[in-house]
Unconditional design. Structure first.
Lengths: 145, 145
DNA sequence: TCAAATCAGTACCATTTTGGTCTGGTATCG
DNA sequence: CGATACCAGACCAAAATGGTACTGATTTGA
């Protein structure tokens, strides 16, 4: 079915949740609640996203996560690569020497061409583009504490 | 990492092998030999490709397979769809109502956008384009650099 | 008409990937 | 010091994937 893994999909949702509160440090529990995902799952996602340098973490009481840089400077491609590694539609798009047909393979060039179109599309979408347009105004749910 | 299944990759190889002999009916054994793949695997591929109407089969002695239409009229997208079903990068790109977030999901639109770019790229490559350059003059070669 | 060649369909199994949970550890704040 | 909250890793169950085997149906040709 040619799709990204479910975790990658979740990662985009989690990232938009964090991006919707640019000023705050959100705990994993808050993010899980907002994204409607299980807490351990969100925890694992954030760990991976942190390793990739897309979010930064703060430990201890009142700790949590925050975007590592502005939402305009984070692309969908970076999120996908953080979760799944280098983008490649076939084995041989990513690394050389995977199959012995490589030298005389007619198919490989076409796949690489499709691949570059895809990664271009992923690079062209930023996290800011994925936010609801309304978020420039007041969010629908003001933090009732 | 965001790739088509290995069988889909094999399917493109098998299709180019068949396309390289436009006049002949090739047996599964011949195709397997030429593609350097196992015979039962090729058999399964061809059955699926046949159901999708991309190749036609002939039974009995001297039977085998042949392209159902000209190589220029078969796109990479059709091969992928034959093997993997509708092209969609996320669950919700393909069908509605998969997740309860759908109504207010900010992420979905961006995925659908990426998706349409990808399927456009797959549609733009024909089986004829994937053959060795001998018999085909590639119309446009967008310089990928 | 019989036998060989060849595709058709189904069922099955082994491996890998994926998604998710749990446990213990460490840092920070009050 | 202790409560909170992130960190790291192992671990497990379920699903998808790739491959194999077996049986049946159809056509050709001797």
């Amino acid at each position: 079915m040619l799709r990204v893994s479910r975790l990658t999909d979740y990662a985009t949702v989690v990232m938009t949740c964090i991006a919707a509160h640019p000023a705050d440090v959100l705990s994993t529990a808050q993010i899980a609640d907002e994204a409607h995902l299980e807490l351990p799952t969100v925890s694992k996602l954030l760990k991976t996203l942190g390793h990739a340098g897309l979010v930064e973490s703060f430990r201890g009481v009142n700790g949590g996560y925050r975007l590592a840089r502005d939402a305009h400077d984070i692309s969908l491609a970076q999120i996908v690569e953080a979760m799944e590694g280098p983008i490649g539609m076939t084995e041989c798009s990513v690394a050389e020497g995977q199959c012995e047909r490589e030298a005389r393979c007619n198919v490989r060039g076409s796949w690489r061409q499709v691949n570059s179109v895809l990664s271009g599309a992923l690079r062209s979408v930023s996290l800011a583009d994925m936010l609801p347009a309304a978020s420039v105004a007041v969010p629908e749910r003001p933090a009732a504490s």
